[in-house]
Write a protein that binds this ligand. Structure first.
Ligand SMILES: CC(C)(COP(=O)(O)OP(=O)(O)OC[C@H]1O[C@@H](n2cnc3c(N)ncnc32)[C@H](O)[C@@H]1OP(=O)(O)O)[C@@H](O)C(=O)NCCC(=O)NCCS
Length: 172
């Protein structure tokens, strides 16, 4: 699916986007770790799902990116949302919200049931995320309750209870 606003286009990643995604991820985070994570996930066929990496683009430049990869909770499939990146000069203009909404819609359209995120506690609730503890999801590492969140992608789609197993690239 592709969506446009007066300012940007939101669409799935293509093969030509790898460098642009690296650039926006490096710009958004203090270290290149998250950019390396994206590339390690792309190289992991068990984690990567074609069509669940979305970019925001302006005049041919990628200014935002969000990624869902396969994780498991107690052996049941779920999705991990990470990383989410917006170029510093475009932050707080709605780009992140728009790209994440489109990405979650794509996952919903594919019949995915749930998404887990570890992130800013006052950002992700706008998409419907709630503390994962409410669903009985736990992490194998120490995570603040309000920052470790889960989302059901629709009626009758449940968030599995148990401990999350991230793709190996996350290193947790
Ligand atoms: C977090 C991020 C993806 C949000 O994207 P964005 O396009 O800047 O955000 P939006 O314009 O859609 O939404 C703006 C709102 O997001 C929230 N927000 C943005 N950055 C935030 C942050 N670092 N912490 C908490 N809330 C944040 C604020 O509520 C803001 O509202 P405001 O305009 O009233 O201040 C982006 O700021 C970013 O790349 N940050 C650096 C990397 C990062 O922290 N990634 C996420 C890791 S969990």
């Amino acid at each position: 699916m592709q969506a446009t606003s007066p300012d940007w286009t939101i669409r799935p990643e293509t093969a030509a986007d790898a460098d642009g995604i690296r650039a926006v991820t490096v710009a958004a985070f203090p270290s290149p770790e998250e950019a390396d994570l994206v590339e390690a996930l792309r190289a992991d066929s068990a984690a990567w799902i074609d069509g669940l990496s979305y970019v925001a683009e302006v005049d041919g430049t990628i200014i935002g990116h969000a990624l869902l990869t396969r994780c498991h909770v107690n052996g049941t499939e779920s999705l991990a949302l990470a990383p989410c990146s917006v170029a510093p000069e475009h932050q707080r203009t709605g780009v992140g919200t728009a790209v994440i909404r489109q990405l979650l819609d794509a996952a919903r359209d594919r019949g995915e049931a749930s998404v887990i995120v570890l992130g800013h506690a006052d950002y992700y609730p706008r998409f419907g995320f709630v503390p994962a503890s409410r669903y009985g999801v736990t992490a194998s590492f120490a995570a603040p309750d309000e920052a470790f969140m889960a989302l059901s992608l629709g009626d009758g789609r449940s968030v599995p209870a148990g401990t999350i197993a991230y793709p190996p690239a996350f290193g947790v």
